[in-house]
Design a protein around this ligand. Sequence first.
Ligand SMILES: [Zn+2]
Ligand SMILES: [Zn+2]
Length: 245
Amino acid sequence: MNMKVTVLGRWGAYPAAGEATAGYLLETDRHKILVDCGSGVLSNLFKRIQQEDLDALFLSHYHHDHSADLGCLQYAGKIAMGFKRRLAPLPIYGNSHSPRYNELSYRDYTVGKEIQSGITIDLKGMKVSFFQTVHEEVNLAMRFEYGGKVFVYTGDLGPATQIAHFCSAADLLLCEASLFEHEEGLFPGHMTSKQAAALAEQAGVKSLLLTHFPHIGDIRKLKTEAEKYFQGQVWLAETNQQYEL
Ligand SMILES: [Zn+2]
Ligand SMILES: [Zn+2]
């Protein structure tokens, strides 16, 4: 089986009505991995799998739109372990540059694991590597390689990030697009549609999935703007939609 990415949340900063902020489920024949755990993400995760099915959570950084549901995921772990549905604590991977790293371990139910830019870890045959981006706090982009496929998730990043090499030849690049093309520079820690597309083009990725959307403006424009600067396939993240690599 190839890699499959399901969008559980796609908004920046706060969820739109009935929706969620950043959260993605990455699945293979051997893995079920939650990537970011923003506001409303669990509600969509539990449509597909249960807490005890998860192998790991990876957090790009600790901003609330990427971590707001962390505490409830830990409570779900407490219940899953209390009823012996989960037998071992859920590993939660995050950087240790924030004091919030200490929140990743919760009693015996979840266990924090430190990740850093430049390292590669092995998770049941999947290679996961990390790259620090330019953002308001330390954010780690992640590259997942398994079964000959490559999935890269940027987390949050500004255009000053030299990340093209890290994204090179990805089958799917999941990149934030918090701004429209004409809003360049409004929030330097975030990307416009054009900048996300230029990164995809420079890195030579196969397809680009835009996410982390702005609340002001018609998000469909992000796609038409990106298509001007990237020759591959461009998608706008759709909640609960699966993207196969
Ligand atoms: Zn964010
Ligand atoms: Zn952020």
